[in-house]
Ligand binder design. Structure first.
Ligand SMILES: Nc1ncnc2c1ncn2[C@@H]1O[C@H](COP(=O)(O)OP(=O)(O)OP(=O)(O)O)[C@@H](O)[C@H]1O
Ligand SMILES: [Mg+2]
Length: 401
């Protein structure tokens, strides 16, 4: 069975890319204009000779456009006509692991399967021909630090979004081994992804995922969790999470992913394939430092353009302006602190937005959901202009992801 073929046209040393791509189950081929290959995806360094870049891109623009990652340096001028809507821009230097993540994400967004662990394509007919109900918008709620409010934001934004749009919303608990949205949101838990872990990928069908979904009756939000037993968590592979996410985005308008606070492979996969990353930060030095490190990594991975900063417990500590300046990004929304109400709601298994709809904290959480339902809103702070320009350049992904 074939592996996805990656056409690689890079300046200089390609060995580390070739190794990393092979290990991830891809079949990389160095570009040779004299010997064109039918590639599934392509990676082209735009600092190569402009004629070569133009010729390579033209050869990939046949009947079916080959999704391409264009590598650019700080001062790279893209040759005329290069950089179409389906191409992605990645800033050099791009680490080889980052290239792998970017290509995996590109595969998913272009509706292809990832190579499975054996290095082969997952070939299940039913999966690859599944009816696509619409390209769901995936929002990964993340913080590199524990306890800052990721689950609170995820649960309440999912419910608020459902209230605002009446669209199909799936809340996906991907905090494997630790988190459990079902302990703060009262839903009749049935199965988790861990229960599918023993089945081969061919059996990760729509029906299998649908069986694992619970419905939060009061709001109509659907809930899919990794499971509940930490001892089972190792069995939930990156492939399984990605397959679940692919199903989720094909059958829901919005998928809200509650993530683990760390840089493990599963979390990185959930961030890489997201259309937007909501970075939850509290107004404390430690949380801001961790978030800055994450933003640095996001920039290396080419994810910077999709990050939105959400400040939780915003009425204490460092001001929004100072946070925005430290992070070099505007603050997209903020949520006040309300410990007593948060405790009551969580103890009763109810979302804050339904238990205390008139409280400021619920207004704020609705405002966070409006970032998704009304995406043209204005951020609540400005940020340093230099950095904004820098991040905006990477924003091309947002529009086509
Ligand atoms: N704005 C807020 N006001 C008051 N309490 C809050 C607020 N946001 C979250 N909390 C409380 O803080 C605690 C941690 O929140 P939460 O579980 O959402 O964080 P988390 O980032 O998901 O944590 P973990 O990293 O452990 O998954 C919970 O008890 C929650 O009720
Ligand atoms: Mg959590």
């Amino acid at each position: 069975m074939e592996r996805p073929i990656i056409l690689l046209a890079v300046d200089g040393e390609a060995e580390s890319y070739l190794d990393a791509l092979r290990r991830a189950g891809f079949a990389p081929v160095l570009a040779d204009p004299a010997n064109p290959v039918a590639a599934d995806l392509a990676v082209i360094d735009c600092d190569l000779d402009a004629n070569l870049v133009t010729a390579l891109v033209a050869s990939l623009n046949g009947d079916t456009k080959v999704p391409t990652i264009l590598l650019v340096g700080e001062g790279t001028e893209l040759p005329k006509g290069i950089g179409s809507a389906v191409d992605e821009i990645a800033l050099k230097p791009l680490l080889s692991e980052a290239l792998v993540y970017r290509l995996q994400a590109l595969l998913i967004r272009s509706g292809r399967h990832l190579p499975v662990e054996s290095g082969e394509w997952a070939t299940d007919e039913e999966l690859s021909t599944a009816q696509v109900a619409g390209e769901g918008h995936v929002i990964s709620v993340f913080a590199p630090k524990g306890g800052v409010g990721k689950t609170t934001v995820s649960v309440n934004v999912a419910v608020a979004l459902r209230q605002q749009t009446r669209a199909e919303v799936l809340l996906f608990d991907a905090d494997v081994g630790v988190g459990n949205v079902t302990s703060v949101l009262d839903v009749p838990y049935k199965l988790g992804l861990a229960d599918l872990a023993d089945s081969p990928p061919e059996e990760w069908s729509d029906a299998a995922f649908e069986q694992a979904v619970s419905i939060h009756a009061a709001s109509g939000v659907k809930v899919l969790t990794w499971g509940t037993d930490p001892a089972q968590s190792e069995r939930v592979s990156v492939d399984l999470l990605l397959a679940a996410l692919r199903w989720a985005r094909n059958h829901h308008s919005y998928v809200i992913v509650d993530n683990h606070p760390g840089y493990d492979d599963r979390t990185m996969a959930m961030l890489t394939v997201a259309n937007e990353i909501f970075l939850v930060v509290t107004p404390e030095v430690g949380a801001i430092k961790n978030s800055s490190q994450f933003l640095e990594l996001a920039r290396e991975l080419g994810l910077a353009g999709v990050v939105r900063v959400i400040v939780n417990r915003a009425n204490h500590g460092i001001s929004l302006e100072d946070m925005s300046n430290s992070l070099g990004l505007p603050i997209a929304a903020s949520v006040v602190s309300n410990g007593p109400k948060a405790v009551i709601a969580s103890n009763e298994g109810l979302p804050l937005v339904t238990k205390f709809p008139r409280e400021k904290i619920s207004d704020d959480l609705h405002q966070v959901a409006r970032l998704i339902s009304q995406p043209d809103g204005v951020p609540i702070t400005e940020s340093s202009a230099g950095l904004r320009r820098w991040w905006t350049r990477l924003g091309t992904r947002t529009s086509q992801a």
